[in-house]
Write a protein of this length. Structure first.
Ligand SMILES: OC[C@H]1O[C@H](O[C@H]2O[C@H](CO)[C@@H](O)[C@H](O)[C@H]2O)[C@H](O)[C@@H](O)[C@@H]1O
Length: 635
């Protein structure tokens, strides 16, 4: 029976408060060492310090407020949290977030940023409250909870020092300090400030992480930090060489990719979070605060395509230090400092994002055999030295070492690009990426930029090609398949189209694009990575389903452009751009049925997808509505 809504009482007749707490509600700020996520209501619900993979001080995102959160916003009646901001944006070309509230008392703005610094031992998160008009009552509640808010971890009572500075929450070898001119009340382990901000006034809060426990950090100068941070990002964004359509989207994705790089080491993390669910209420929660050679190689290709070299040089240095000289010990995942240990652990005190448990830290996929990685790394190294010839002498020995190693491994089954937790298989994508690695090595040797067994590797390249075409292609359905002998399909097969394995007009290529679209696309053209099987563990060994995978849609766009279906590619590109948040951010997956982002966020893969999708379409268009050049990019 459909009920007739009763008339609203005056008390109910207030502005409806939109829901906060969706993944697309999260804004991202970073100091290139770690990052913080800011919700629409001015809450920082996720932040790990001093590094992306450190323990979190604020983990409410995966639990409740008691697990750590710092909210600043207009004071709601009788201690109620603030409503969601009415408008949010990043100031142009920066990672400085502005959230604005229009209230009956006036308009107030919160500016959030993390200054980029060279001092690893002194990090900061700055929050500036500005009065735009009227006099707006505001509240700040700082609830830092070390160790992901673990119940046994006593955050201690904040100490007010003689200087008026506040020290709070200790974790490992670091300590948090708060500087503010707002009045502060210590309430158990929380610090609460209630104040009014009038037009033209500013009230600043600076939270500093300082190594050691005794010495307070230098007194911050928020205005100078704001200017320096703005200048840094504007200058960085200004170095992009991309000037075509959808420039704002490309710029935001490039800034996000940069903000996922750990500046001191050059490593890129796959995302800033752990355990945002790939299915609400499901079990697919993983920790992405580490560096995957695969994800970072694709990130590097996107940065190179837009003219960035410094970040790529830093990444090559990182890669060399973690695998150089002993590629046979290469892992699928590293810590940003090259650390190899990341045991997968469940944080059983956290109830998870919308109840999605377990919350995991560490990642058990680190020790898997993922042969596609050779192709992605060698492909990125090859592109890097093409864009930056000074890199050739550094890149050449790495490429040779990797291919020597791959020569021994390529015929083995593996866990593949998707890091399946089911049995190893002969994934076609892995074999094709093996072909890419050998092909790029051969080209380097042919051009005289590397020394290696040219004839032997030409034969190896042909042998891989032959095997894939014989065992990974289903003649009857005219499509490559997920693995040898399987009838399943996989969206990673779309990478075959753009990597140069076959000419784009080859019937097997066109057939594969069509088959993937037919069998893996959902309403709206979004793509599943592969078919999951409900409660029965599927190819990935996991029960449950998941959303569609954002980067796969970008691969489809590039594939359509490559085979000359430009109109279709452009329509899909519009769809991809349309699922970004109001701030231009993307998580790993998209649920086309509920219209929600899913998975860790912001995720490098998805932002690589934006750059890749836009560039694929604009490159093909500028080549005369024609096809994408066969080896456009492996991103
Ligand atoms: O689907 C199961 C796997 O999911 C995660 O891997 C995914 O994220 C990685 C980082 O972005 C990416 O490199 C990989 O291609 C994705 O499948 C998770 O990290 C794995 O542990 C898990 O087995």
């Amino acid at each position: 029976m459909i009920g007739i809504p009763s008339p609203r009482t005056p008390a109910e007749d207030v502005r409806p408060v939109p829901r906060v707490g969706r993944i697309e509600d999260l804004a991202y700020v970073s100091d290139l060492r770690s990052g913080a996520l800011v919700d629409r209501d001015g809450s920082i619900s996720w932040m790990c310090w001093p590094r992306f993979d450190s323990l979190a001080y604020f983990a409410a995102l995966l639990g409740a407020e008691k697990h750590g959160l710092w909210r600043i916003g207009p004071a709601g009646p009788s201690g109620q949290p603030s409503a969601p901001a009415d408008r949010r944006r990043y100031t142009d070309g920066t990672l400085i977030l502005e959230s604005s509230w229009i209230t009956p008392h006036g308009t107030a703005q919160l500016v959030d940023f993390m200054p980029v610094t060279d001092d690893d031992d002194a990090l900061r998160l700055v929050r500036i409250v500005r009065g735009v008009s009227g006099r707006v009552p505001m509240r700040s509640t700082l609830r830092a909870r070390p160790g992901y808010g673990r119940p046994s971890q006593d955050p201690g009572r904040p100490q007010v020092h003689a200087s008026g500075r506040l020290s709070l929450a200790d974790q490992g070898d670091g300590h948090l300090w708060l500087d503010t001119q707002a009045p502060c009340r210590v309430d158990g382990p929380d610090i609460v400030s209630e104040f009014t901000v009038a037009e033209g006034e500013e009230v600043t809060f600076v939270l500093s992480w300082q190594r050691g426990h005794d010495e307070p950090p230098p007194t911050p100068a928020p205005a100078g930090l704001l200017k320096a941070t703005g200048d840094f990002w504007v200058a960085w964004a200004g170095r992009s060489t991309y000037s075509g359509p959808h420039g704002d989207a490309v710029e935001r994705s490039l800034i996000t990719l940069k903000a996922l790089q750990h500046q001191p080491t050059g490593a890129f993390v796959a995302a800033a979070t752990t355990s945002l669910p790939e299915e609400i209420g499901g079990s697919r929660q993983w920790d992405y605060r580490y560096c995957w050679p695969r994800d970072s190689a694709l990130t590097v290709e996107a940065l190179l395509a837009c003219g960035y070299k410094e970040e790529v040089r830093a990444w090559v240095g990182w890669l060399k230090s973690v695998i150089g000289g002993r590629p046979e010990t290469m892992q699928a995942i590293y810590r940003v400092d090259g650390g190899r240990e990341m045991p997968e652990t469940e944080l059983d005190w956290l109830p998870g994002f919308e109840g999605s448990v377990p919350v995991r830290t560490g990642n058990g996929a680190a020790g898997q055999l993922q042969l596609d990685v050779y192709g992605e790394i060698v492909g990125a190294l090859y592109t890097a030295q093409e864009h930056d010839p000074e890199l050739a002498p550094v890149v050449a020995p790495l490429v040779i070492d990797l291919v020597v190693c791959l020569e021994q491994l390529w015929e083995q089954p593996d866990e593949g690009i998707w890091e399946v937790r089911g049995p190893r298989r002969h994934f076609v994508h892995s074999k094709v990426m093996g072909w890419v690695a050998v092909d790029r090595a051969v080209r380097l040797i042919e051009s005289g930029r590397a020394q290696g067994p040219l004839e032997q590797w030409r034969e190896l390249r042909d042998a891989i090609h032959r095997q894939v075409c014989e065992r990974g292609y289903d003649e009857e359905r005219n499509t490559f398949t997920q693995s040898y002998g399987s009838t399943e399909l996989d969206a990673s097969l779309l990478q075959i189209v753009t990597c140069g394995f076959l000419p784009p007009e080859d019937k097997r290529i066109v057939g594969t694009v069509e088959a993937v679209q037919r069998e893996l696309s959902t309403q709206g053209g979004f793509l599943l990575r592969y078919r999951t099987d409900g409660q029965k563990p599927g190819v990935d060994g996991l029960a449950g389903d998941e959303g569609t995978f954002v980067i796969c849609l970008a691969w489809l766009i590039a594939a359509l452009a490559a085979i000359g279906r430009m109109d279709e590619a452009e329509i899909h590109l519009g769809v991809l751009l349309g699922i970004r948040s109001d701030l231009g951010l993307l998580a790993e997956e998209w649920d086309p049925y509920s219209g929600r982002q899913l998975g860790n966020s912001p995720q490098a893969f998805s932002h690589v997808g934006i750059v890749h999708g836009v560039l694929a379409v604009t490159t093909a268009r500028s080549a005369g509505n024609g096809r994408l050049p066969a080896r456009a990019a492996t991103v």
